[in-house]
Design a protein around this ligand. Sequence first.
Ligand SMILES: *Cc1c(COP(=O)(O)O)cnc(C)c1O
Length: 408
Amino acid sequence: MALANENYLKTPEIYCFDEIEKRVNAYKVLHPNTKIIRLGVGDVTRCLTNEVVQAMHAAVEEMSQQATFRGYSPPQGYDFLIEKILKDYRKLGVHLNRESVFINDGAKSDIGNIGHILGRDNIIAIADPIYPVYENATIMSGRAGVMNVDQKWSNVVYLKCSEETAFIPELPAEKVDIIYLCNPNNPTGTTLNKTELKRWVDYAVAHDSIIIYDGAYQAFITEPDVPRSIYEIKGAKKVAIEIRSYSKTAGFTGLRCGFSVFPPELMVYSKMGEKIPLIKLWSRRKANYTNGVSYIVQRGAEAIYSYKGKEEIQELVEYYLANASIIRNELKSAGLQVYGGISSPYIWFRTPDNQPSWKFFQQLLYEFQIVGTPGIVFGQSGEGFMRFTGFSSREGTLLAMDRLRGNL
Ligand SMILES: *Cc1c(COP(=O)(O)O)cnc(C)c1O
C-alpha cells in the first residue's frame, strides 16, 4: 500500500488566487460585455525584449546544426551566463566565487527545494503578511507543526509587519534558524534599507541562522539606500542565500530562468555540531535532481546583460514602475494610507473605511470592474488591506484610476 505524504494535505485546498478567479468569472457570466481591469496580477504583461528574442533565435539555430548542437547543460548552468552575473555583482562591490552561482528554472523552485538540504527541526521565520509560497513550502516539508485557532502554525515564527513599523518586519524575540526575507517585498511593496537589512544579517550571524533572501524585485529598486543584494551588507556571505529571477525583471515568467547564490562561507551544522558548507549539499542535490535550464533560455538571459539588453530591460521596469506611481498617487490623493510602489510594482493600501478585504474586493469588482488582491490572501495580518500592481497596461491603469477618482 502506497502511503501519501500527508503534509501535502495540510496546505489549503484552493490556492488563494483561484478564489479570485472564481469570483471574477462569476461576475463575467452576469456582465459579459464589461471591460474588467486587472490590477491584481502578479505576472508581467509586456512581451520579451528584442535582444532576448534575437539571442534565443540564434540559439535555436545553433541547436539545429550538427557542429553547434548542445545536449545537457552543466548542472550549475553555462559559464557564459554565470560570468555575466558575476560581473553584474562586481558593480555593487560584491565579489562572488564562480562556484557559488546556480542557474535555475525560476525562483519558486529553489524557494521550495532549499528545504530538502536543511534539517527538519529548523525553526522557520516568515514575514507576515506572507508570500504564500514560503509558508506552503514550510508546511509541505513537515516543518510547520499544527495549525492554531488563529490560523497560524505552531512551529512557524511570524515576523509581524504592521502599519506601526511601516511594514518593516520586526526581529524575532526568540531564536530562529531560517528566515525568509523578500526585499523589495511582495505583497507590501516596502523595502529594507541597508541599516535595516544589516540588523537581520547581524541577527543571523549572532544566532547561526540562515537568511533566504528573495531578491526577485531587485531591478525595481529606485531608492539609493536600498541594497540590491544582501551581500552588500558585511558578513552576509556567512549567513545568506540570495535568490534572483529574470521573471519580473525581464518578462521571463513564461520562459523560466533565475539563479541562487550559495556562498562557500555559509555553514550549517550536523547534530554533532560539525560545520558543513551548505553549498556542498546544494551541489549534490543539483547534480542528482536537475539537468539544468535549456540552453536557449540561458542564452536569452545572457542577452539581458549586453548594453542594449540592459537598456531594454530598464525600459520595461520603468514602464511598470510608472504604472505603480500612477496608482500610488491616485490612492494617496483619495486620502488612503498607501505603502510600496516606489521601489516595487506593488502598492499596498488600507481599504476605505477599514472594510474587510474581500468586501472591498467585491465593491471594486462590481462597482468599478477592477480586480485587486485582497490582503487577507497573504494571511490574517493582511486583513483590511488591498494589493494593486503596476503590471497592467498603461491604458488599463489610467482607466482604472479614472473609474476610482472621486469614488473612494
Ligand atoms: C514572482 C516572484 C518570484 C519569482 O518567481 P519565479 O519562479 O522566478 O517566476 C519570487 N519571489 C516572489 C516574492 C515573487 O513575487
